[in-house]
Design a protein around this ligand. Structure first.
Ligand code: BG6
Ligand code: MG
Length: 215
């Protein structure tokens, strides 16, 4: 029934939201915009450009195109300072074990992420070899909830979308998976991700058979 598992990166494999927050906060401070951890929730699964739009909207602020480009560059430089210090201790509980089990059963593993920094993050975590296919923010034109990222992953491994299972922590990502006609397990809170087939707090102590049984 499942021939390919597609993992989102940020919030499913590694908790990078705190580093995105620190970098966006630094930018917001420079722009004199109040930006809280609660506001940061709005940015989960959202592209870098749209994240900046959301932050600017919080303060009804507009910038020239040149200023916007400079803001995006600054934010990413600061974010990458954290990412360069990332290591395997930050892989979220249960993920690596589950991916290893899935691979062992000959089921394809893909990454479906909005991040343009996905490869460097997987390199820092030494997880590159785990993936048959990586589709990230450098390869898609439509952001989640558009299904493009997941459909491209399915196409690259040559598996029917109906036989793909997505792991997602963001509402936009759950919607993208459903829009792709795939199964989706939400990682996080039931309240936020209720559209998913079912929701887990994390992937600790989960086996593929247990997960498939609940779909
Ligand atoms: C998503 C994150 O995975 O990637 C978002 O959940 C982030 O918060 C987006 O904005 C883009 O990431 P990056 O690394 O290209 O800035
Ligand atoms: Mg995510």
């Amino acid at each position: 029934m499942i021939d390919c598992c597609i993992f989102d990166l940020d919030g499913v494999i590694v908790d990078t939201a705190k580093y995105h927050f620190l970098a966006w906060k630094r930018l917001a401070d420079q722009l004199d915009i109040v930006f809280t951890e609660e506001n940061n929730e709005l940015l989960k699964g959202v592209s870098r450009v749209e994240s900046l739009n959301i932050i600017l909207r919080l303060a009804d602020k507009t910038l020239t195109e040149e200023e916007r480009v400079s803001c995006l560059e600054r934010k990413n430089t600061w974010y990458l300072e954290y990412i360069h210090r990332l290591d395997r201790s930050e892989i979220l509980p249960g993920v690596e074990k589950l991916i290893t089990e899935i691979r062992g059963r000959g089921i394809k593993i893909a990454l479906g992420s909005a991040s343009k920094n996905a490869v460097i993050i997987l390199q820092q975590l030494k997880l590159m070899d785990m993936f048959d296919v990586i589709v990230d923010g450098t390869q898609v034109s439509q952001a989640k909830p558009d299904p493009e990222v997941f459909l491209n992953a399915a196409k690259d491994v040559d598996i029917d979308p109906q036989k793909c299972l997505v792991f997602e922590d963001a509402v936009a990502g759950v919607e993208a998976a459903l829009n792709a006609g795939m199964y989706v397990i939400g990682i996080g809170s039931e309240e936020t991700l209720h559209q998913a087939n079912f929701v887990l707090q994390d992937l600790q102590n989960q086996t593929l058979d247990q997960l498939i049984e609940r779909l």
